[in-house]
Design a protein around this ligand. Structure first.
Ligand code: ADE
Ligand code: ZN
Length: 319
């Protein structure tokens, strides 16, 4: 029974974890019409571009420190209830800035949620600050500078999410240099919407310990071998990939092939209610639909923990 296995994830976007009912309540509170992106209790989008628009619209409905504290605590409490011991939450200070809350209050709310959840359930969590690629290279650099100077013990990594088709990794490399110099762990969305070249660029120009998705590396055998050789961890999000049409169905999803080829992979939920999923379901899919054994599933949880951007003392308590 996968339900009893310990779980961990290192790739979930905070606003992407907002249940539709919570977003509806936020919209009522702020008098916002959600028809363009949320109807009949479900988020509305037809492709990756529309998904990003819906995501940004949902983010704009969380406007206070408390909004973020409650959202974060609820997400972590749900994870804890299915035996999850660790999560890394992807947060974008730009979303706090854009709504007038400000990055500091945005981050403070998320930290409050993490501390409350830890106190009530024991779940451990850390924060990955992300730049949003579609906000442009300058904003991504600003996000990296913000993460670098935050000196917040919960902020342990830097990422870039958003529209992978915008610009080249080279345009954003400086942001990663800033984050690396500040001692943050590096991960980057690549090989999700774009093909293997995007993963190759990330490896060449960012040298990240981990890659968000990276699944389209499967189209290039030599690249798969390179990922295995480097030990780069792929934060794989199967339900997200199927919902966004990256692969036609779970049978053609490459999670197991990548693992069998020696690539370090783990299971993640990405933006669960946007994709009709949950971390519990992602584990269930790996087990029931993809036929992976409990040993393979436990391997992936261990990989997530080994790759976690967390201090060695805490990591030792998790492994
Ligand atoms: N932001 C939230 N979810 C994302 C995804 N799957 N890809 C890129 N950016 C995102
Ligand atoms: Zn993501």
């Amino acid at each position: 029974m996968t339900r009893q296995l310990l779980k961990a994830e290192i790739h979930c976007h905070i606003e992407g974890a907002a249940p539709p009912a919570v977003t509806e309540a936020q919209a009522r509170k702020y008098g916002v019409d959600t028809a363009a992106f949320l109807r009949d209790g479900a988020y509305q989008w037809r492709d990756f571009s529309e998904f990003l628009i819906a995501y940004d619209a949902v983010a704009a409905l969380f406007r206070t420190e408390e909004d973020y504290a409650l959202l974060t605590e609820a997400y972590l409490a749900e994870l804890a209830s299915i035996n999850t011991i660790y999560s890394e939450i992807i947060v974008s200070p730009d979303h706090g800035d854009r709504i007038g809350l400000g990055a500091d209050a945005y981050l403070a709310g998320i930290c409050d949620g993490i501390y409350s959840a830890k106190e009530k359930t024991g779940i451990e969590a850390r924060i990955i600050v992300t730049g949003e690629r579609h906000f442009g290279p300058d904003r991504v650099v600003s996000a990296a500078e913000y993460a670098a100077r935050a000196k917040n013990p919960l902020v342990t990594g830097f990422n870039m999410a958003g529209e992978e088709r915008m610009g080249l990794v080279a345009d954003y490399a400086r942001a990663f240099d800033i984050a690396r110099d500040a001692g943050l762990g590096l991960t980057i969305h690549a090989g999700e919407v774009c093909g293997p070249f995007s993963v190759t660029d990330a490896l060449d120009l960012v040298k990240p310990a981990r890659i968000g998705h990276g699944v389209r590396a499967i189209e290039d055998e030599a690249l798969v071998a390179r990922l295995a050789e480097l030990g780069t961890v792929l934060e794989v999000c199967p339900g997200s990939n199927i919902a966004l049409g990256v692969f036609a169905d779970f049978d053609s999803h490459p999670l197991k092939k990548l693992k069998d080829a020696g690539v370090r992979v783990c299971i993640n939920s990405d933006d669960p209610p946007f994709f009709g999923t949950s971390l519990a379901r992602e584990y269930e899919i790996a087990s029931q639909t993809m036929g992976m054994s409990n040993t393979e599933i436990n391997d992936m949880t261990r990989t997530a923990l080994e790759a976690a951007f967390v201090d060695e003392g805490t990591k030792a308590t998790l492994l």
